[in-house]
Structure formats: structure tokens, C-alpha cells
Design a protein around this ligand. Sequence first.
Ligand SMILES: Nc1ncnc2c1ncn2[C@@H]1O[C@H](COP(=O)(O)OP(=O)(O)O)[C@@H](O)[C@H]1O
Ligand SMILES: [Mg+2]
Length: 283
Amino acid sequence: MTSESSALELRGVTRAFGGHRAVDDVSFRVEPGTITGLIGPNGAGKTTVFNLIAGALRPSAGRIALGGRRLDGRPPHLVLRAGVARTFQIPRPFAAMTVLENVMLAGQDQVGECFWTNWLRPAAVAAGERALRGRARELVEFVGLGALVGAPARVLSGGQRKLLEIARALMTAPRLLLLDEPAAGVNPTLMETIAERIVALNRTGVTVLLIEHRLELVMRLCRPVLVMAGGRLLAEGDPDTVRADPRVIEAYVGVGPRHGPPHPPAAQGAPAEPWRPSGSVGA
Ligand SMILES: Nc1ncnc2c1ncn2[C@@H]1O[C@H](COP(=O)(O)OP(=O)(O)O)[C@@H](O)[C@H]1O
Ligand SMILES: [Mg+2]
């Protein structure tokens, strides 16, 4: 597959809510094989971009394509089938179900869903279920939740829920994974695990589009970085170029405490601080 054939491309994408353009004429490409960062102050429109790509929302204008094939207008399950999976900013696992069951559920539309198959070919369904369970177990191990495979999801910490979300998203074997603030509110140890898993995943060929407020993580993992503010794409480039862009600094400094991002000290008057890269990928 050529890189042209599997890039994600947004062209002139706009989404208005009432009179407010949450996403305003946004165009960018996510090249296959990259970990592309998407940053910007709260309310910039980042999650709305994910909702538009994933089919949860329809654009008011513009096109979204994967490998040259239109995604916009498709319902979420068809976007998923096209190879795009996403995690949510606020994970909502089924609290009473086990970690394993939560992950299995994310792959359920692949087997045993058809009444007639269940009724006519129970052996095939049982085999499908075994395969599903095996894959779910592997993914639980992959995200580092192996010890909790049989535990109810309600006992998981915030960070562990983020990891569970990643495992769930991987059940459909996506080629593009949209991660919405996977490290928000996560302790430093688990954040390292999440960073490591993202890099490992990317090495297996999965393209990642990462929204993250922890800029040190973005600077470390992402090439390139896209910056949004006020619904628009402000800047795009490698981390060093982007952090030196006056429009980007302005966007972060210009937001008041009510709208400011929770982590970057830029909002507290030290714009240079959050932009310092820390360490190298996989270190
Ligand atoms: N479903 C919705 N209805 C109305 N306004 C929305 C909706 N979703 C998002 N918005 C608005 O769109 C803007 C961008 O939100 P969002 O995409 O969540 O920003 P970010 O993820 O960058 O913090 C915000 O002003 C938000 O209030
Ligand atoms: Mg958001």
C-alpha cells in the first residue's frame, strides 16, 4: 500500500453548532506510519475533529477521506470498519463487567451477532468467541492490564481506564487510531506506560493521531504536530518549529484561566516552559 493510499485527509472541514463554528475550515493530512499530535487550548475544536472523523458528527462542510475514500457521511460502525478506531476523552467502561469482557465487547460485531448464525452454526460461533477471547486477552496483556484481566472495570484507576480504552479500540485492528487525551489525569508511572504502548503500537504499523494536553509527551512522541485554536488550524510542523511559532504561543498565552488547558504552564505566564522536549521516544 502506498502512503498516498492510506493517508487521512481533511479538506475544508467545518462544523457549526448553532452559529458557532467549533471547527472552521480545517485542512490537514495524517501520513501513514506517523504519530501525529493535535494540540490546542480547551475549546479549540480537537475533540470535535475526532467526532467528525469517527462519524459521530457530520461536517457542515468539507471532506474527510482515508486512502482517497470518503469517510464523512458514514456512520461510526462503517468508519470503524474502514480501519479508524478512537478512544474517548472520558472513558466509560461497563463498570460491572470484567476488563476482559469490556475488551471482548468492543470486538463483538465481528462474530456471533447474527441470530441465524447463532441458531444454525453454533460451533462456528463458539470458535469465533474463542478467537475473540484470545485476542482480547492478548490486548489486555499488551496494554499492561494482565493482572486485572478478571477484575470488574469499576476497580480500575483513571489511568488504567485509559489503557482499557486503548485495548478496546485495538479490538477492531485499526490502521488509524485516534487517541483523545490518553494521559490526562494519569499518574507519571502510568503515563510512561501509555507513552510506551503508543510507540510500540506505532511500530506495528498503526498510525496514531494523538490529542494531548501534556505537551512534553506530545513533543516527545509526535512528528508532526498540528495546532488548533478557536476552531482553526493555526500551525503545523515538527515540535521545534511549532513551539517557536508566535501564533501558537499567542494562542496558549491568550487564553484566560477559565478556558486554559489544565497542564501547560503557558496559561500561567511562562510560555517557554511547556514546550521543552523531554527525552527521546522510547527512552
Ligand atoms: N455537541 C456540541 N454542541 C454544541 N457545542 C459543542 C458541541 N461539541 C463541542 N461544542 C463546542 O465546540 C467547541 C470545541 O469543543 P471541543 O471540540 O470539545 O474542544 P477541545 O476538544 O479542543 O477542547 C467548544 O466551544 C464546545 O463548547
Ligand atoms: Mg477535547
